[in-house]
Design a protein around this ligand. Structure first.
Ligand code: XIL
Length: 371
């Protein structure tokens, strides 16, 4: 059976219905089978596959064809954040969020809301309320009621508070919201307001570096516990998973098991696997790609191993490498350009795509009976 790598056999046994062409051609390395004519990502497992998008890209037919073929859920990468919606004079701007919502509806995709309160964004419209407790709280409530209310019935979830834990995990963030409303209280309030706006929608808390920094994960878990004990309507956990190739083997599984211990749904909410952030002085491009492929498989396996009710969604932060925020001038001003996503600049599925598909087959719960 020439060309049949272990990965190819695994994919075939896991997904009897997959076309043979999906199963990969050997590249230079045994670890990097490049998928040929791969099946749609969303056909590979019975949970939502999300992708971060922008209005501008959605209007490109080549982009939107690849997106709708592979993904079943959308997150606005920027245009549903406070920085976009709330203007300096306090008025709201829903033009682009509405276009993303309409695209999702027209293409029968789920819409995920990201994000209501984020330490990194403290818009000018809040400045007049700074230091005026109840008035400040009222302004935040108005904002959340307007945004969550607008997509009520369509949004399948919201990142209510984004990145609440301090960078190294030594406490919670000090920010405009915590200074005005209290370190935990601003979080509780944001959840309560979101629940008031939509009694049904799952409300999530989202953070990053939970895989790479166990101390940060512990702090995050203490926060989750505090929120649950105080009756906050927390309905899920988002782990952004902006990881890089230096992440040691096993870290993803440990993090996933810890986070899943609350029994809440888990959202891998912003997955990308940076080559450049983990590029040591001696790593060749080939070595970096091999590590990327292994981590993609680990991530898929860890998620697929969760009980079905805890698999909220599996979201990648962009479609093609050239769409990634890691290509921005700040992150990546000079070559070598980063390549953290599933599809290359031309929209071709990369070896990480095969690895992710293979990781999904690792879960017995996901296997379809063979014919
Ligand atoms: C980033 C977007 O990718 C950029 O386009 C935007 O300018 C800034 O925000 N954590 C998050 C995301 O929760 O919202 C961030 O997205 C990436 C880090």
């Amino acid at each position: 059976m020439t060309g049949a790598t272990p990965s190819r056999r695994t994919i075939i046994s896991g997904f009897a219905a997959l076309p043979m062409a999906a199963c990969g051609q050997k590249s230079k390395s045994q670890d990097l089978p490049t998928p040929v004519d791969p099946p749609p990502l969303k056909s590979l497992a019975p949970f939502p596959f999300g992708c971060a998008v922008s209005v501008e890209r959605l209007s490109d037919p080549v982009y939107s064809a690849l997106l709708t073929r592979n993904f079943s859920q959308l997150t606005a990468e920027w245009e549903m954040k406070m920085e976009y919606i709330l203007q300096d004079d306090g008025s709201f701007r829903f033009d682009r969020p509405d276009r993303i919502a309409a695209f999702a509806r027209d293409n029968r995709m789920r819409l995920f809301g990201h994000t209501l309160v984020w330490y990194a964004q403290d818009p000018a419209a809040f400045r007049p309320f700074d230091g005026r407790g109840p008035v400040f709280a009222g302004a935040l409530r108005n904002y959340i009621l307007a945004v969550v209310g607008r997509y009520r019935g369509q949004a399948v979830g919201w990142d209510v508070v984004n990145e609440p834990v301090a960078e190294q995990g030594d406490g919670l963030r000090d920010c405009l919201w915590s200074r005005n409303l209290g370190q935990v209280d601003y979080i509780r309030r944001a959840f309560d307001y979101a629940r008031e706006a939509d009694p049904e929608v799952p409300l999530l808390i989202n953070d990053y570096n939970l895989e790479s920094l166990p101390a940060k994960r512990s702090q995050f878990m203490r926060l989750v516990e505090t929120l649950l004990k105080s009756g906050t309507p927390l309905g899920g956990i988002g782990t952004q998973s902006h990881i890089d190739v230096s992440l040691p083997a096993g870290a993803i599984g440990r993090s996933m098991r810890d986070l899943a211990s609350f029994g809440l749904p888990i959202h891998i909410s912003e997955l990308d696997i940076s080559l450049n952030r983990g590029r040591g002085p001696l790593s060749s491009d080939e070595q970096l790609r091999v590590r990327q492929v292994r981590l993609a498989k680990e991530m898929a396996e860890a998620f697929a191993a969760l009980p079905p009710a805890q698999r909220f969604a599996f979201t990648t932060w962009g479609l093609r490498d050239k769409d990634s925020w890691l290509r921005g001038p700040k992150e990546n001003p000079t070559p070598p350009w980063d390549a953290p996503l599933l599809f290359d600049d031309d929209g071709r599925a990369k070896p990480v795509f095969s690895a992710q598909a293979e990781g999904l087959t690792a879960s017995a719960a996901l296997r379809r009976p063979s014919a």
